[in-house]
Every structure is written in structure tokens, then in C-alpha cells.
Design a protein around this ligand. Structure first.
Ligand SMILES: [Zn+2]
Length: 78
């Protein structure tokens, strides 16, 4: 049985509209998404492996990586 998608609001804010960004894990992807303006960025979940040090995921660094990708993508669109 497939686990249901992981979903939670983060403390990061959308640089475009200021709404809280939502983190979603689904189908092998990690997604950071703004539900207000529809902006999103995703990466393969195995990318998180780059942030594992000594068997532990450095979760904050992984989130910062995703958030930086989100902000970058937004800047490219503008
Ligand atoms: Zn937004």
C-alpha cells in the first residue's frame, strides 16, 4: 500500500504573495508550493540524500535548498 502524501505548512513565505508555503511529498517528489498564487518547485525526493550527514537528514538545509529553488524560479519568471 502506498503511503498517503505528506503535507504540511512551512514557516517559509511565498516571496511573491506572502502566503505560507506548503511542503508536499508525493510520488517520489518533494514539492514546495504556494496555495495562494500557485507557484511551486519540486525536486526528486532522493535529492534529500545530499543532505544526509552521518545517517541524519539535515532537514533545515533541505528546506532551505527547496526555498532557494522556489525564490530562484520566481525571479526567473519576473
Ligand atoms: Zn504565493
Amino acid at each position: 500500500m502506498r503511503p498517503s502524501p505528506l503535507w504540511f505548512e512551512t514557516t517559509y513565505r511565498c516571496p511573491s504573495c506572502g502566503a505560507p508555503l506548503v511542503y508536499i511529498e508525493k510520488g517520489g517528489a518533494a514539492v514546495l508550493k504556494c496555495q495562494a498564487c500557485g507557484g511551486s518547485v519540486w525536486t526528486e525526493l532522493r535529492e534529500a540524500g545530499r543532505f544526509v550527514v552521518g545517517g541524519r537528514l539535515e532537514w533545515r538545509r533541505f528546506m532551505e535548498f527547496l526555498y532557494a529553488a522556489y525564490a530562484y524560479r520566481l525571479a526567473m519568471k519576473a
